[in-house]
Design a protein around this ligand. Structure first.
Ligand code: 16G
Ligand code: ZN
Length: 549
């Protein structure tokens, strides 16, 4: 009874805006930050229920990632630090759109009954809150707190301004019983980075002349945090630009801008030609690299998520190779490791060819971290990346304990041997990379550490393969759900007949590849085309766009 009146009363303080429909899409709820109060309040309620249900800490992050500064959004992290289970998404939608407090209460009561969630207040719940640097972040944080507090027994813990991956990391660590503060995050990253740097083979010349990395912080939270992390790092020279002191968040800066427009962000110019540069997105869960080739024409060599993935894959494969090889005639039992690569249809065809050609297993999923992550978790070591720069590496618990045991064994039998070092490197990677979700900061450190270990210049890395020219377009449509796809978004199944037309068009171009899909974040259909020349890719994309219209 107390619970009912509490929820009714709190919810009435956050009426829903008229005429808007909220949907828990690929990246949670997103819209203009000023109309999100009710949505974030309700997300707080949802997070509290999820925490009671799982008996563990849950995360709630307020961000709109790479979207403009006045947008905002909210998403929920499950106990393992991953995205909230898809099974709860329909409930999230229903909650967000309940017309008034009474309907909201009814939904909560019904759902709690169905899911066996006790609302008596006897169960405790803990929700870690994070937000990025947006101006609407603070009022929305308050809405989230009130939503959480409207469920008896639930406690909100404000972790402050964070990158999205930091919050996911904290949730994961908290539930594993490890230390989970922001300091602990920095400590883990800097320690494992140092470990990889100490393992650089003796015959390697350091970074072939470009020891420094210039980082575009998208005028968001990532730049700020990188400045802090930097203080704890030895052996890496980082210069942070666009750290948010002057420019506008995501405005002409950031990983999304650089990757989609294939240009340098503001603040990078002729002095930077040829240098190693990286760009984070607004909440620092995406990372791309680039080199400025010509400042006057703003031409860059983009090193996207596919190439970051390829770099990681090559390095990990090499370490596994060392571990499985016989040393001095000794027979070592090979370490059983299934290495899997997960991509989406947006992956450049040249990257997929390259990865397969070096003997790796490559699989595809639909767009969206939740799909990629889940697939990658099927392997001992799963590496996933979207071309846009979101990705990470996940290690299975079984493999990690085998690896740990092997490290201990080797430190007795052959400390300092190549085998020992390879095992230590893999272990350090598992510590450095954020296994909850893609993380630009930890990704950046891993790229830097791997380049140093391989003795590769940025150029050498970039030349792993040559990207096929591609073009992305968007088409505004009345109802994006009219398009339904299958086979990891590569085939249109609805409207019928459309795929045949796309196939016929694509067949006209050497190395042509084209697909369309409804966006999960905007009311549009996206078109992607790839071909042997830029003109052909542009042409193919435009022709297919006309088929959609
Ligand atoms: C979201 C996804 C990202 C995906 C993008 C696609 C997460 C955390 N983020 O930003 O992975 O690439 O949506 O957007 O899942 P689209 O559906 O509009 O093309
Ligand atoms: Zn992001």
């Amino acid at each position: 009874e107390k619970q009912r009146s509490l929820l009714l009363e709190s919810a009435s303080r956050f009426p829903i805006p008229p005429g808007v429909r909220f949907s828990y899409g690929t990246a949670g709820f997103r819209s203009d930050g000023l109309i999100l109060g009710s949505t974030v309040f309700r997300a707080g309620v949802l997070a509290a229920l999820r925490s009671i249900k799982t008996g563990q800490a849950i995360g709630l992050m307020i961000t709109a990632s790479h979207n403009p500064i006045f947008d905002n959004g909210v998403k929920i992290a499950d106990p393992d630090g991953g995205m909230m289970t898809q099974k709860w998404e329909p409930f999230a939608d229903a909650l967000a759109n309940a017309p008034d407090s009474q309907h909201l209460l009814d939904l909560v009561v019904q759902f709690a009954e169905r899911e066996n969630i006790p609302l008596s207040g006897t169960q405790s719940a803990e929700i870690l809150l994070g937000r990025d640097t947006r101006p609407t972040g603070e009022p929305l944080l308050e809405a989230a707190k009130q939503g959480i507090n409207s469920i008896i027994g639930a406690v909100a813990v404000d972790m402050g301004i964070l990158t999205t991956p930091q919050l996911h990391w904290m949730v994961r660590s908290r539930n594993k019983g490890s230390k989970a503060s922001e300091f602990d995050y920095y400590a883990q990253l800097s320690k494992s980075f140092r470990c990889l740097i100490d393992l650089i083979p003796e015959n390697i010349v350091k970074n072939e002349g470009d020891p420094k990395v210039l980082v575009d912080g998208a005028n968001g939270v990532g730049g700020e945090k990188l400045e802090e992390l930097k203080k704890m790092l030895k052996g890496l020279d980082i210069e942070v630009r666009n750290s948010g002191k002057k420019g506008v968040l995501n405005d002409g800066v950031g990983a999304d801008y650089v990757q989609k427009e294939k240009v340098a962000p503001l603040g990078f110019g002729s002095d930077d030609v040829g240098l190693r540069c990286a760009s984070l997105d607004g909440d620092a869960d995406r990372l791309v690299y680039f080199r400025v080739l010509s400042a006057s024409n703003n031409i860059i060599d983009l090193i996207d998520g596919d190439k970051i993935l390829s770099l990681f894959a090559v390095f990990i494969k090499e370490q596994l190779g060392i571990l499985c090889r016989k040393e001095n005639g000794d027979v070592l039992n090979s370490l059983p490791a299934r290495l899997g690569i997960v991509q989406t249809a947006y992956a450049n065809g040249a990257s997929t060819d390259y990865l397969k050609q070096i003997g790796l297993e490559v699989v595809f999923t639909p767009t969206g971290v939740k799909y990629l992550h889940k697939k990658a978790a099927e392997y001992d070591i799963g590496i996933y990346f979207e071309a846009n720069g979101h990705g990470t590496i996940i290690f299975s618990e079984e493999f990690l304990s085998l690896l740990d045991a092997r490290c201990n064994e080797l430190s007795v039998s052959s400390a300092g041997s190549e085998h020992h070092k390879a095992a230590l490197r893999l272990l350090a990677i598992s510590q450095l990379i954020n296994q909850a979700v893609g993380d630009a900061l930890s990704g950046l450190l891993l790229v830097e550490a791997v380049l140093s270990n391989m003795g590769w210049s940025t150029e050498r890395w970039s030349q792993l393969y040559v990207d096929l020219p591609s073009r992305q377009l968007k088409v505004k449509v009345a109802d994006r759900n009219a398009v339904v796809t299958a086979n990891a978004e590569t085939q249109v199944v609805k409207p019928p007949g459309l795929q045949k037309l796309i196939d016929a068009e694509t067949a006209k171009y050497p190395r042509g590849r084209c697909f369309i899909r409804p966006s999960g974040t905007e009311d549009i259909i996206r078109v992607y085309a790839e071909a042997s020349t830029q003109e052909a890719a542009d042409h193919l994309a435009h022709s297919v766009m006309q088929l959609v219209d």
